[in-house]
Every structure is written in structure tokens, then in C-alpha cells.
Design a protein around this ligand. Sequence first.
Ligand code: UDP
Length: 328
Amino acid sequence: MAVLVTGGAGYIGSHMVLALRDRDEQVVVLDNLSTGFREALAPGAILIEGDVGDRALVLALIKKHGIEAIIHFAAKIVVPDSVADPLGYYLNNTVKTREMIAAAVEGGVGQMIFSSTAAVYGNPQATPVAEDAALMPLSPYGTSKMMSEMMLRDAAFAHPLRYVVLRYFNVAGADPGGRSGQSTPNATHLIKVAVQTALGMRPSMQVFGDDYATPDGTCVRDYIHVSDLIGAHAAALAHLRHGGASDVFNCGYGHGYSVLEVIDAVKRLSGVDFKVDMAPPRAGDPASIIADAARIRHKLAWMPEHNSLDTIVRSALAWERQLLNRQS
Ligand code: UDP
């Protein structure tokens, strides 16, 4: 019996594969290497280079390796890109997920964990936001994930499939052992950009909008350490393996930081006072989004271990330094 990890060569997926291999699980990774890296793969994991939208390939993998559960990370994840290329996002994130679910149903895979996002909530009316809040995504990225959630729910109703949807808040940081981290060269996420600027890889960075209805005018997000997010996946897998019911869980800590607070933390921990420019708001960005994470704490007994912005930023800095040393 093996676990299929789609997108397992990517940032979050590679941390999942490490965690599964640390427990000696059999792991098959399906990744098209569009943003992932072969080197990110933990030893002992089998890499199949291919597309999650290739239903025949996914079905063949399921049969060949006796896949028991699928953890589906593979997706495009950049909010402004999705605004510029909505049809590309719906094809990649929604249509291909449909093919993957169809292969799972046909191949008799009974368990699936799906990477969703806080972007499904849009600008929530109440914050912290709980799982039963209205879904009103502001971007095609959020909508592409919301539609995948719905397909999974309906497929699980009609077929012998149980699932856990994990709605990620803002994932950042790197493996505490330095084995993996965010490696995308042109990554757009705030902590990665700030860390790269601190290390001199960018001359300056921009703050997208300082007139939001937040305490300092910049957007507030709930940053979660990638290792704690992987802990949530491990808890979800155990839940499904023990026959647990399908469910949806927020993955965040329940408190947020503004863009300026994150930049201050990166400046303080790196010791570099880098240049920051104010810029117009980015399309599709909600002002503030913070998780109500009570459900996952209670139902899956999820216990975060790295709940601190400083810990997240330190690990991101350490990883970026490692990437720089590899280049030189
Ligand atoms: N952000 C910023 N400058 C950057 C990158 C991001 O001001 O170079 C802001 C962005 O507008 C948002 C927050 O940081 O308010 C988090 O953005 P990110 O892209 O990291 O994650 P998202 O919330 O879009 O998934």
C-alpha cells in the first residue's frame, strides 16, 4: 500500500514526502516539475514525471502501486496570476483535479486529502473565519479551489471515497532540519520576497497597499509554518485511515500579522534594513484573513509546534542562505 502525493516535488509537497518517508511509508510522487524540483524529493520516494490531468496515467499509477490514499498538492497558487489568466487556472486547478478524482474513483482509492486555501472565503465578514463561513472567493485562484472542494464533496457522496479538505492560510518557513524549503526562484509570497531582499537578492521590495481597513493599513494574514501544516496532513491521513468521516479544516494559528510587521521581523532577524517601497494594492487581495482553527485542534487533535512568526522567518532565512551557498 502506498500514498500518492501529487505536486510532491514542490514547496509544501516535498515537506509532506519527507514526513512520510521519515515514517517509512511507501510514497509515489506525481509531479510535472513545472515549479517543483527533482532534488527536493526525499530518498526512497518514487517520482513519476507527469500531469495530474492525465487520467490514464493516474489510474495506471493507482493500480501499479496499490495506492491507498492520495494527497493532492499539485496546483498553481499565485493570486494575481490567476486574475490575469483565469482560464489557465481553471484548467490547471479545477479541470485537472476533476480528472484526478475520476481516476481515484475508477481505481477504488478510498481516501483523499486536498490542498485548499483561505482564499475560498474572500473578504470574510467575521474574522477569525470558521469553516462554515460563506465561500466568496475574490480571485479565480480561490474559485478554482472552491470548485474542486465541491467536486470532491459530491464525488464522495456518490462513491466510496472519504476526504479531508485542508484550507491553508499563509504557509511559510522551511524544514527545521534544512532538508527542504521554498525554492521557486521567482516566488511572489511575502516572506520569501522579504527574505530574498534581506539577503541582497533583490534591490528592494514593495508593500502592496497601505490603505486597507487594518491597524496599520497593510494586509493582515495568518502565517503558518510549513512543518505544522504537514502535521495537519499527517493528522488528516490518520483520521481517514481510522475510518473518519469526510471533513473540512482551516489550517492557521488564529492570529495575524500585517505586511509591515512581517517586514519588520525579517529586518530584525536578518539584521539588514533593506529598502521598502509603497505600491498600489494587488488585485484579488482581501484586507485581513485569520483562521478560526478550533475544529482541527478539537477533531484531529492538531498541536502546532512552530507557532511563532520569528521561528517561521528564521527558518526561511536559513533556507534562503542555503540556496545562496549552493549557487556560489
Ligand atoms: N505582499 C506584499 N509584497 C510582496 C508580496 C506580498 O506587500 O512582495 C502582500 C500581499 O499583497 C498580501 C500579503 O503580502 O497582502 C500576503 O501575500 P502573499 O502573496 O504572500 O500570499 P497570499 O495572501 O496572496 O496568498
